[in-house]
Design a protein around this ligand. Sequence first.
Ligand code: CO
Length: 219
Amino acid sequence: MPLSYEEIFQENEKWVAEKTKTDPQFFERLALNQTPDYLFIGCSDSRADPDEITGLGLGDIFVHRNIANIVNPIDLNVASVIQYAIENLKVKHIIVCGHYGCGGIKAAMEEKGIGKNSPWLQIIKDIYRIHKKELERIKDEQKRYDRLAELNVIEQVENVMEMDCVEQLKGTKEYPGIHGWIFNMRTGRIIDLEVGTAQRSKKPKKSLVQRIFSLFRKK
Ligand code: CO
């Protein structure tokens, strides 16, 4: 339920009282340091709150959010967040999380309105152009935008993997799991798109000819 501006402070007092009632040292411990296992890169959409949808709590996720969860390598903001998460916090997983019904995705594709000449959303238009054939086969507009939201996540996961500080860790124990998610706010479910490191860990299937060839080579 939405709170008034004044009510936020009342709620905050209640929350502090609740937390310290069962655990008097809660805030002392919280203030010591942070050791989150996850870096979450998501959309600024008010309905796609990472703590709420994952069930993780304070200190568990390092978060970066922007319109349409874009990882643009020339964006100093997201680049710094990834670098800090990797080098200082040593997170175990990086998650790029998009969501169905994303206003940023829709705005980028509209003929009129805020997304029309938005430099920020240009990257979405480029993704659309690259996948135009596939996308234009989808007649239902909502489904088409949902697919574009998925393709955007896949693209942004690639951008994470190509960042210097991430790439440098390849082959080492510190290389984090890199994942692409979609939050389906119509069902509340998180969908793992199985891209990023999940995709790379799958061994490429050998063709029949390759398998026969390798049999001969063993002899
Ligand atoms: Co969004």
